[in-house]
Design a protein. Structure first.
Length: 164
């Protein structure tokens, strides 16, 4: 086991650090998508301000950004950004919850102790969540999902660089 790793892309070093640091603080979208199984889900949109709140506008869905990120993100209002969420930090339920978003199951992979669920939002891009064994799901089923508000990642769409 290495106590430091280097992540490379096309012969260039993208990030060097301990495995946990690279996992928890990826330097860019490439590193964020490369480290972790299944890979991080990415939501691309425009960061907007509405009634003193920040949202990621995906066109058909507005994601409310938790206030803990406002000081970091405020200078990017009006910019195209990417929000990343690790599949383990997405919670899927069969009934609507507070601050949940609707999705539709388009695939799933039972792996014994957990299942990878592939879902879409309004039939668009596919995202992945990890659900516990025993949750009964089926293809094309409507589901609701929320995310851990303390485990979000933000990147500049133009460069892929992390926004800290």
């Amino acid at each position: 086991m290495a106590d430091r790793i280097a992540v490379m892309n096309a012969g260039k070093i993208m990030q060097v650090g301990s495995p946990i640091d690279v996992f928890e603080k990826p330097a860019n979208i490439f590193v964020a998508g490369f480290i972790g199984v299944p890979p991080m889900s990415f939501f691309e949109g425009t960061l907007i301000e509405k009634q003193e709140s920040l949202f990621l506008d995906l066109g058909s869905v507005l994601f409310r950004i938790p206030k803990t990120y406002y000081s970091t993100l405020y200078s990017h209002v009006g910019s195209e950004i990417v929000m990343g969420i690790r599949p383990q930090d997405i919670k899927v339920t069969l009934e609507p919850q507070e601050n949940s978003y609707e999705g539709k199951i388009v695939g799933y992979e039972p792996l014994g102790t957990e299942t990878y669920v592939h879902f879409t939002i309004n039939g668009t891009k596919e995202y992945v969540a990890v659900i516990p064994r025993g949750m009964r799901i089926s293809l094309k089923r409507k589901v609701y999902w929320t995310f851990n508000p303390h485990r979000l990642y933000f990147f500049k769409k133009s460069t892929g660089e992390a926004i800290y």
